[in-house]
Design a protein around this ligand. Structure first.
Ligand code: NAI
Length: 286
């Protein structure tokens, strides 16, 4: 049978999550998606109205099918963790079962198991502030949404992941080299995510024969990236300075992700793979 993938962090057709979903669908996987609760309505409506039909097109001429969309807020592990103001918020009140544990229970009830887990989400409320001006709450929120969310998803999904399966996340080079503008503790969150990739590769490898890798992606003008504010500058910088002087397309990251979660990468785990036109290798701006 084909593989089943759960992709957390898809809410439009611009980001890396969508591109990864497409690459996996093109390779024959069944696609389940986890969409941030506040973005759920507009995503489902746009999908239904055909707004994404053009970008659903797969190489064989068919359209990507998303088998099911699960509302998800990866900042909360179970209902006890959800504060009153969020519960009663009207953007959340319309949806149910969107904490990590509940989503995994739903997937288990619906399909029994998955083979592939993709984490393509991040959030840092103070991303526009330098680290020196970041509050404790802002820093912890960045880590919670962007790093622990992955630990939690893998922890909860692992028992229903088929042995031989794989997981992947998205990181950014700001974890290891200073990128002024990527603030609010987001650089710290990505450093944690990369370190956790190694530790989780060991633990999930031993426990469930699951591989864990992360892709350090180059700049893409996604919705999340535009919110940070300097993405156009980063894209230009990359174009000017990377070994490969070309635009970085989301589907290039999608294809690399499809490789990493496939049997072609059966001995690759615990690694950070750069999909950035080679920019990370440069020591001097040119
Ligand atoms: P995106 O906007 O397509 O994806 C981010 C998603 O996270 C959105 O769908 C948003 O709704 C979701 N999200 C935010 N908080 C959430 C929560 N608490 N629970 C569930 N979902 C939540 O943007 P993009 O850029 O494709 O981001 C995907 C991943 O790629 C992120 O980890 C990002 O840091 C990473 N990345 C992006 C780069 C870029 O230049 N765009 C470069 C390197 C890495």
């Amino acid at each position: 049978r084909g593989k089943r993938a759960f992709i957390a962090g898809v809410a439009d057709d611009n980001g890396y999550g969508w591109a990864i979903a497409k690459a996996l669908a093109a390779a024959g996987a069944e696609i389940l998606v986890g969409t941030w609760v506040p973005a759920l309505n507009i995503f489902e409506t746009s999908l239904k109205r055909g707004k994404f039909d053009q970008s659903r097109l797969l190489p064989d001429g068919s359209l990507m099918e998303i088998t099911k969309i699960y509302p998800l807020d990866a900042v909360y592990d179970s209902p006890e963790d959800v504060p009153e103001d969020v519960k009663s918020n009207k953007r959340y009140a319309g949806a149910s079962n969107w904490t990590v544990k509940e989503v995994v229970d739903s997937v288990k009830n619906d399909y029994g198991s998955i083979d592939i887990l993709v984490h393509s989400l991040a959030n840092g409320p103070e991303v526009a502030k330098p680290l020196l001006e970041t509050s404790r709450n802002g820093y912890l929120a960045a880590i919670s949404a962007s790093s622990y969310s992955y630990v939690s998803l893998l922890r909860h999904f692992l028992p229903i992941m088929n042995p031989g399966g794989a997981s992947i996340s998205l990181t950014y080079i700001a974890s290891e080299r200073t990128i002024p503008g990527y603030g609010g503790g987001m650089s710290s969150a990505k450093a944690a995510l990369e370190s956790d990739t190694r530790v989780l590769a060991f633990e999930a490898g031993r426990k469930g024969k699951i591989r864990v890798n992360t892709i350090s992606a180059g700049p893409l003008g996604s919705r999340a990236a535009k919110a940070i504010g300097f993405i156009e500058k980063m894209i230009e910088y990359s174009y000017a300075n990377a070994p490969l002087q070309k635009e970085l397309r989301a589907d290039e990251v999608g294809n690399a992700a499809a490789f990493l979660v496939s049997p072609l990468a059966s001995a690759v785990t615990g690694t950070v793979v750069y999909v950035d036109n080679g920019l990370n290798t440069m020591g001097l701006a040119t």
